[in-house]
Structures are given as C-alpha cells and as structure tokens.
Unconditional design. Structure first.
Length: 326
C-alpha cells in the first residue's frame, strides 16, 4: 500500500470512529434525559398585565390586573364547550353597567366611597400592586396578587391580597376559587349596608333568564329572580344555553368561614348574580384589623340538580382558606 492510500485509510478510520463516538454520546444523552412531569394546571403570565389559568394547555379563565383598570377582574371563564360563560357589561346597558367586569370584586360603600360603579364623582379604585407568586400543579394553579383600595384622592383605604385559583374537583370539574384578604389602612373602615358587593358575576347574554331562557337556582330549591332575589343561601347557580343544544352554567358558592355565611345573594333575570357582604348591615374594621373571605365558582355542563350541586358545595365547604404571608 502506497503512502497516499495509507493516509486515506487513516482518515476514513478516524471518521468512522468519530461517527461511532457521536452516536454513542447521543444514545447516552437520550438515555439520561429524564424531564420532570409537566403540571396539568398552570398560571401563565401574558402581555398586557394578564395571567391565563390553563388546564393541559387550554385556557379556563384569565385574570386581568392592569393599573389602568378600575378594578382587577376575571374574563373570560370558559365552559367545557370552550365558550365563555361570562361577559363584560350589561347586554342592554353597556355604559351604565360597564362595571360588570365578568367576575369581579368591589363594594358600593367603603367609608362612603363608591368602589362599585365606574361613572360619576367620588369613585374609588381597586389598584393592583404586584404579582406575589404564580403556582402550578396537577390539582390546582393560582395567581397570588397584592393591591390597594384607593379613595378619589389616592389615599389608601384598604390593603388587599387575593388568590385566584383554578382547582379540579374530585368529580373532574373546574372550580375557580377566590381567597380575599382585606386589611384596614385607616383608623376606621366601614363597609356600608348595601346589596352591591363583594363579588359579582355577569353571565353571558344567552344564559340570562330574560334573554336566553336560562335558570337561577339556590340551595333551597328556589328559582329565578322571583324566588332567589335577596335570599340567604349556601350557593346560587345560573345555567342556560351557550350554543344550540349546549347547556352550561356557573355556581357561585359561599364558604362557611365567611363572616356572613350563608350570604344573601343579589340576582337578576337579566343575567347577573352576586354575593352580598353587608346586606344585613354595616361592617367595621379598626386600623390593622382584617377580613378574609373565600368563594367558589363551579364551571359545569348541563342543567344540574340541587342535590348534585349541594354535594359539590359540601366538598368546597371542607376546604381550608388560603393562608396569606405578610
């Protein structure tokens, strides 16, 4: 063998060895690749001051917290069919009821300040301050946030922490769980007597009793505005059509640790329901004193019966409120 041939043979052998080594290293890398399991439920931050709560990569609801908002809120809340079960604003009075922000927290009278409505003088603002944490898991994902309730002069009335969570129930239904912590920042903070606040839900137009032929039902079996309006109950359900042949709904649940449990519910056949904190009378906090509340919003398909919803509420009632850190 001449020198040129020998040189080429050495080159070919070297290349063959190199290819074998690369292949062996690749096999070792594949064999050692052991990724962590991906949580089924995730809180995904998005542009525009939003957080998407997702199940298996599909959004269930979205938390909006821009500083330009009158108040943080959740929109949309997607049912099993993928259609939103809530809307922004009253379908027949979008300006006068612009404060109906999907699923939201506010109150009509706090130290005489209106945090409920959007228009007119003397309105307060619930201002988001920061995202404290985002949590992922197989049974629950959550966004924990801090904020303040400001009077028209930008003076802090209340300090707030809230946890907005997506939870999967034992029956594999999605549940929005809201934990709310409010601390008085003034020598005295008075939540005035009113049916407006603390939690509201503006249902999609087609679910409403008037517009879509939907149904309101409470834990006592009473129905629609005529039976449920300003009645105390453990929960209220609002269900109706979201598409031809597709029936879905939401159940707003009051937790037994809430100070006014069972709460009075303010409902309307025009498509809204809310849990009233101070329907029966005012509630006072001294500076540094706090109030904590917990609500559930069950997302379900079909026209559920009271006995079925009662079982879901009982399971929810046994859960423990979130413990907020300072």
């Amino acid at each position: 063998m001449n020198q040129v041939a020998a040189a080429w043979l050495r080159v070919l052998c070297s290349m063959a060895w190199l290819l074998w080594a690369i292949q062996a290293l690749g096999q070792d890398a594949v064999a050692s690749f052991q990724p962590n399991p991906i949580p089924r439920l995730q809180a995904i931050p998005l542009p525009g001051a939003e957080v998407s709560l997702q199940q298996d990569g599909q959004e269930v609801f979205r938390f909006h917290h821009s500083s330009g908002l009158r108040r943080p809120h959740v929109y949309p809340v997607l049912g099993p069919s993928g259609r939103s079960l809530i809307r922004m604003g009253h379908p027949h009075d979008p300006v006068g009821h612009s404060h109906h922000n999907g699923f939201w927290v506010s109150h009509h009278q706090v130290n005489g300040i209106d945090f409920w409505a959007d228009h007119g003088a003397g309105k307060g603002q619930i201002l988001h301050d920061r995202i404290d944490s985002l949590e992922d898991g197989d049974r629950e994902a959550a966004v924990v946030s801090s904020g303040v309730w400001l009077d028209p002069d930008q003076v802090i009335v209340l300090r707030e922490k809230r946890r907005t969570a997506l939870h999967v129930t034992e029956s594999k239904q999605n549940l929005l769980v809201l934990d709310l912590y409010l601390e008085a920042a003034q020598p005295e903070v008075v939540f005035g007597k009113t049916p407006f606040g603390l939690v509201g839900v503006r249902m999609s137009k087609t679910i409403g009793v008037n517009d879509g032929g939907g149904r309101i039902l409470n834990a006592e079996g009473l129905m629609n505005e005529e039976g449920v309006f300003w009645k105390a109950s453990r929960w209220v359900d609002y269900t109706g059509l979201v598409a031809p042949g597709v029936v879905e709904g939401l159940t707003l649940m009051d937790h037994p640790t809430n100070p006014n449990h069972p709460t009075v519910f303010h409902v309307r056949n025009d498509g809204w329901m809310g849990a009233c904190l101070t329907f029966g009378g005012e509630r006072k906090l001294k500076q540094g004193e706090s109030l904590q509340l917990r609500y559930g919003l069950l997302i379900h398909s079909g026209m559920q019966q009271a006995a079925t919803l009662e079982l879901v509420w009982k399971a929810f009632s046994q859960t423990q409120p979130h413990v907020f850190t300072p």
